[in-house]
Design a protein around this ligand. Structure first.
Ligand code: ZN
Length: 651
């Protein structure tokens, strides 16, 4: 369909209230001109899903057609790619200027806030794998992070069906389109509730548009007529022309526009104040042109075709010759039908007077079988996979762990680009959350969220975490990003070489494994407590406040470890520009540890410490007493309390 006029192709210049006309013309034009893309997507979905994809609701017959694909290498490859790449959880980390202590502290909290958003919206638990799978099948996976309605106070993530998001090919040629279109159907009731809750006139227009769409939908969605009531919705974004003003945060007359329309009305028409679209796109392979990538199914089209062809040939061979044939002399009394009916024996007439002869042959040559069998591994190798990883077993002839590791490494390297793309996608998603949170805070005063942390919930609000300048990168704790098995191997090695102590070993081993986590919590609680105290003192808003100093506990502090820890933290904080007052708190803390340590060693005399501790504790700390170890030689974990009273505090 050609557009009616040049003007109507620029919907973002249309008068308010009339955008829907232009936008529907464009939507139809784009869907039609890019029908090849939809065809390709349908084909690749069928390659992956086999028979099930034939039930796509655009097919009015809606009958289930079983798969005819004997060896679905596309599906094997996509599943392995998803399993290998998306088991990782590359959490983005916000970093601020090294010399600016306040910003660094805020950036750390911002990281926690975004981690909380990822958790709330199930980015790793659900969406990453699905978007990853989409990228394997159709080349690109798309996650939309958006507000459900203009007044929403919480960002919301949803997976976009790739087939419903479009760019104009000419606009997107160099990879930076200025317009994006999301064309889909929405339940009429939901659309009314979302866009016209108090506007009966608009609600009627939505309902009417649903009826207008019905005839088209009847053709496309045979069943939807009877059971659902849906309306076609086109959502579009136009990015502002003044890119520099957005980069520098300058006030300007913004030409960005965001519209949501149905056939008969505009539902949303607002300034799009951002310099990007609200979607994070993950490509399997980056495209030569445009913004949508190439997927595994497309890469394996040729192999899958050849595989199907060979399966058919072999199958035909078995049908024709799978039984064998009878050489039946002309004029013999042997009735061939007795043998050939309902079997795949064949009759061949031969010279009269000879004996009948049964002959069995190979239905196809050995080389043909071998060629067919090689196609699978060849196809997997094409996308950098071995049969081993696809079937989760060792290949014949490879027995040593080292060789297996090597094969795994090769695959990891082959998926290196995809792993990197996945990390960038996570950063992209994190930036979308920051974009919306900043917007919500500006509009509604603030944004706050509860962030689950080890053993509790932390409430963080935007005004406590916003940083003017930051960069985002993937969290550097590489060990924690490994799979459980690989992590165990790595920490085992470090532990065996004496490069990691027992407690740290447990801490790393436990990441992500719930059953041992509780045990590790108990063992590492002291150390976490020390870390938290140091952190709190370095972060204290007002270090001169007497409450800012948190003294080490004589009961739970592991002196030697804590002192070394504090010294390291002190050095790092000093080089990062931490204010003097906060540094002093940690220095005082180190001195207090020294004092505690000296007392501990001074008190382990022959008179014993059991009685004085009990006496000292009984009145003041009833709750703590049962937790104390039995009297005797004291370890650093539980030094005696000086009976003389509270510890000197240097602050
Ligand atoms: Zn602008």
């Amino acid at each position: 369909m050609a557009l009616s006029s040049a003007r109507s192709s620029r919907w973002w210049l249309e008068e308010e209230g009339t955008v829907h006309g232009a936008l529907f013309a464009i939507a139809d034009y784009i869907r039609e001109s890019q029908a090849w893309q939809t065809d390709a997507d349908n084909f690749h979905e069928q390659m992956w899903a086999g028979g099930r994809a034939y039930t796509d609701i655009t097919d009015s017959s809606m009958s289930y057609e079983p798969s005819h694909v004997a060896r679905n290498v596309s599906r094997q490859a996509v599943s392995t790619y998803v399993a290998k790449v998306f088991k990782h959880r590359p959490m983005p980390e916000f970093l601020a200027n090294k010399g600016n202590w306040r910003d660094q502290r805020r950036a750390r909290k911002l990281t926690q806030l975004i981690e909380g958003e990822f958790d709330r919206d199930k980015i790793f638990k659900k969406w990453a794998r699905l978007v990853g799978r989409d990228s394997g099948i159709t080349g690109r996976g798309i996650l939309k992070v958006d507000l459900e309605s203009t007044d929403s106070k919480v960002p919301h993530a949803e997976r976009v069906r790739c087939k419903s998001m479009f760019v104009d090919t000419a606009d997107a040629e160099l990879g930076d389109p200025r317009n994006l279109y999301h064309i889909r159907t929405v339940d009429v009731g939901v659309a009314v509730e979302r866009f016209a809750p108090d506007d009966e006139e608009l609600a009627d227009k939505i309902r009417a548009s649903g009826k207008n769409d019905a005839s088209e939908l009847v053709e496309q969605h045979q069943l939807t007529v009877a059971t659902v009531d849906r309306v076609r919705v086109v959502e579009s974004w136009h990015l502002c022309d003044n890119e520099q003003a957005h980069r520098e945060g300058k006030d300007h007359d913004c030409s960005g526009r965001h519209c949501i329309v149905v056939r008969g009305a505009d539902l949303v028409d607002e300034v799009w104040e951002f310099d990007r679209f609200p979607v994070a796109i993950l490509n399997y392979e980056e495209p030569l042109e445009g913004i949508f990538g190439t997927g595994i199914c497309e890469l394996l089209e040729g192999f899958q075709y050849e595989q199907n062809l060979m399966s058919e040939k072999v199958s035909n061979g078995h049908y024709s010759l799978g039984g064998g044939f009878i050489l039946n002399p002309t004029g013999s009394d042997l009735v061939a039908e007795d043998f050939t009916n309902d079997t795949n024996w064949k009759e061949i007439k031969h010279a009269p007077g000879l004996a009948p002869q049964w002959v069995t042959v190979e239905p196809v040559a050995q080389g043909t079988y071998q060629y067919m069998r090689d196609l699978g591994p060849d196809a997997l190798a094409e996308v950098g996979l071995s049969q081993m990883s696809v079937e989760s077993k060792k290949p014949a002839g490879i027995t040593s762990g080292v060789a297996l590791n090597t094969m795994d490494d090769v695959e990891t390297e082959r998926f290196g680009m995809q792993g990197y793309a996945y990390q960038q996608w996570c950063i992209d998603v994190a930036e979308l959350y920051v974009m919306w949170i900043r917007h919500i805070a500006k509009k509604h005063g603030d944004y706050s969220a509860k962030v689950p942390l080890r053993g509790g919930v932390l409430e963080l609000s935007w005004k406590d975490v916003s940083v003017d300048h930051y960069i985002v990168r993937i969290h550097s704790s590489a060990l924690m990003r490994l799979s459980p098995a690989a992590r165990r191997q790595a920490v085992d090695d470090l532990f065996a070489k004496g490069q990691m102590d027992g407690t740290t070993y447990l801490r790393y081993l436990g990441g992500g494994e719930a059953d041992v986590e509780a045990e590790i919590d108990v063992i590492t609680a002291n150390r976490l407590l020390t870390d938290e105290k140091l952190e709190a003192m370095l972060d204290a808003e007002d270090p001169s406040d007497p409450e800012a100093y948190i003294p080490p506990s004589p009961y739970t502090t592991d002196f030697a470890w804590s002192k070394a820890r504090a010294q390291n933290r002190l050095a790092k904080a000093e080089s990062s520009g931490c204010p003097e007052g906060n540094l002093q708190l940690v220095r005082d803390w180190i001195l207090d540890i020294d004092a505690l340590e000296q007392r501990a060693s001074g008190q382990t005399g022959p008179q014993g410490v059991g009685a004085p501790i009990a006496t000292a504790l009984a009145p003041g700390l009833p709750g703590t007493a049962p937790g104390l170890p039995a009297p005797g030689p004291m370890g650093p974990e539980a030094p005696p309390v000086p009976p003389g009273g509270p510890l000197p505090v240097a602050a």
